[in-house]
Design a protein around this ligand. Structure first.
Ligand SMILES: Cc1cc2nc3c(=O)[nH]c(=O)nc-3n(C[C@H](O)[C@H](O)[C@H](O)COP(=O)(O)OP(=O)(O)OC[C@H]3O[C@@H](n4cnc5c(N)ncnc54)[C@H](O)[C@@H]3O)c2cc1C
Length: 456
């Protein structure tokens, strides 16, 4: 077989790529090594509760997820987070402290809530005030930790930036690249010096537009299931590739298949193993993108018997609090349509940078760990009606210092291998909209190559 496109990996990146190829009538083979497509998107329904094992939503500011959802006819299914009732807590010295209002990520935009908050000490509040007078400056890529400490001090790093970023990247701020992770803030630093001043100026534009987070009534699995209806997924592992005169030979479970193009929509570490035989340096660069692992424990309670603190949309646990639990979401406060009204569904996150070992724990041990943490933090003693554990091994890419330079070099090397494309969360964005964007861009590039080949 020749003239077709092989896609390695049927997570949201690979499914999005295959969907566009199928729509265009281009022959493709979408290869997935697990029995279940969808990658880290894993939705289950139990006793009427919608349980997300991996991601639970996507941000609405990036248009790609909503655009695909609309195209698939799922627009009526979209729901937003309950932002009007959003209260998030942060654990400080074992107690839940309400996150002050008016913060844009790490940047305070309202004076009184910041001044009154017990989350931050006087020294930090003074530093936040002085930040207003910073002059525009440009630095080489540095770590998120250095950047945050420079602007707002160590406490802001420990009690805001670290827990907030851990929720998105499962990463370590002393390793993460500020250019790749907090790019818009770096631009503000260049232009205005003070982030607080810059954010205040941009506030009206950021205010409108509905809920920040969106999902589907039946969970994100509805999106991947719909894509699965539109494409064919073959079970198998892409193991190796070789160049041929017409394109590539791809080894899948020991058998070779010809392909004009190849989209590696698997994690960068898996892409590294496949691409290294074509270009050792490319393999090396891909392997330099680290990934962290995580596990989630969802527990369902009878709301009449729930005897712990009901902590708004949930709480974050800063690393400095030295708990294994990283965060906890009150799922049916954050979103509607997540279960019957007489149920409380909570979801506990474990893992992230420095705690990959959590995946080695048995399910019962993880549930016991979650229960013990909630007993201490929320005073919750009642047993859950049921618990459900999900694991995402080596799934969260870490954009470490120098990432954008490495990505530029990866792109350069790819130009020397026409027909080879990358998609996934390891490169230009970790979220679902980013992955859809990359998957679809890879499909568009493969289609362009196919059109050129057929016209010549
Ligand atoms: C716990 C967790 C929570 C998250 N929360 C959010 C959130 O709320 N919002 C958000 O926007 N993003 C979130 N993210 C990030 C986002 O979900 C992911 O970045 C995105 O879904 C990754 O999609 P993907 O297709 O690139 O990769 P994956 O989903 O990892 O899929 C890659 C697929 O490739 C397959 N594969 C690997 N190697 C091979 C091979 N050699 N041959 C064939 N197949 C192979 C794998 O089995 C897998 O199915 C979260 C991620 C995690 C892990």
């Amino acid at each position: 077989m020749s003239g077709n496109v092989v896609i390695a990996g049927a997570g949201i990146s690979g499914l999005s790529a295959a969907y566009d190829l199928a729509k265009a009538g281009e022959p493709y083979a979408l290869i997935e090594k697990q029995s279940r497509p969808g990658g880290v998107i894993q939705t289950t329904v139990r006793d009427g509760c919608v349980i997300e094992g991996g991601p639970d939503s996507f941000i609405s500011q990036k248009p790609e997820a909503l655009a695909l959802i609309k195209e698939l006819g799922l627009e009526q299914e979209v729901i937003g987070s309950n932002d009007a009732t959003r209260v998030t807590y942060i654990l400080r010295r074992g107690k839940l402290v309400r996150m002050p209002e008016g913060f844009r990520m790490i940047v305070p935009t309202r004076v009184w809530p910041t001044l009154r908050s017990p989350l931050l000490g006087l020294g930090t509040k003074a530093k936040m005030g002085f930040e207003w007078f910073r002059k525009p400056a440009t630095y080489p890529d540095r770590s998120v930790a250095e950047f945050v400490i420079d602007h707002f001090g160590r406490e802001t790093l420990d009690y805001l930036a670290e827990p907030l970023l851990a929720g998105v990247y499962g990463g370590d701020p002393s390793q993460m690249s500020v250019n790749s992770v907090l790019g818009p803030f770096v631009e503000m630093e260049k232009k205005h010096g003070s982030l607080a001043k810059a954010v205040m100026k941009s506030r009206p534009a950021a205010a409108g537009g509905g809920s920040l987070f969106r999902t589907l009534k039946g969970g994100l699995g509805v999106l991947t299931a719909k894509l699965e209806e539109k494409v064919d997924v073959r079970r198998g592992t892409v193991e190796a590739i070789e160049r041929t005169a017409a394109g590539f030979r791809v080894r899948i479970d020991g058998s070779w298949m010809d392909a004009a193009s190849l989209i590696l929509a698997c994690p960068a570490w898996a892409a590294a193993a496949i691409a290294a035989s074509l270009d050792a340096r490319l393999g090396e660069l891909l392997a330099m993108i680290p990934y962290t692992s995580s596990a989630t424990v969802a527990m369902c309670y009878d709301s009449a018997k729930f005897d712990g603190i009901r902590a708004g949309h949930g709480f974050l646990v800063p690393h400095v609090e030295r708990k294994r639990l990283a965060a906890c979401t009150f799922v049916n406060s954050k979103f509607d349509h997540r279960g019957p009204p007489n149920r409380i569904l909570v979801r506990c996150f474990f893992g992230g940078a420095g705690d990959d070992a959590v995946l080695e724990e048995l399910d019962d041990a993880l549930v016991a760990m979650a229960q013990a943490e909630l007993r201490t933090i929320l005073g919750l003693k009642v047993e859950p009606l049921f618990a459900s554990v999900a694991r995402c091994p080596r799934s969260m890419a870490q954009y470490t210092v120098g990432h954008s330079a490495r990505w530029s070099e990866i792109q350069e090397r790819l130009t020397a291998i026409p027909g080879l494309f990358l998609a996934g969360n390891g490169y230009t964005g970790i979220g679902i909209p980013d992955c859809i964007r990359m998957g679809r861009a890879a499909a568009a590039a493969a289609l362009k190559d196919a059109a050129i080949a057929s016209s010549s």
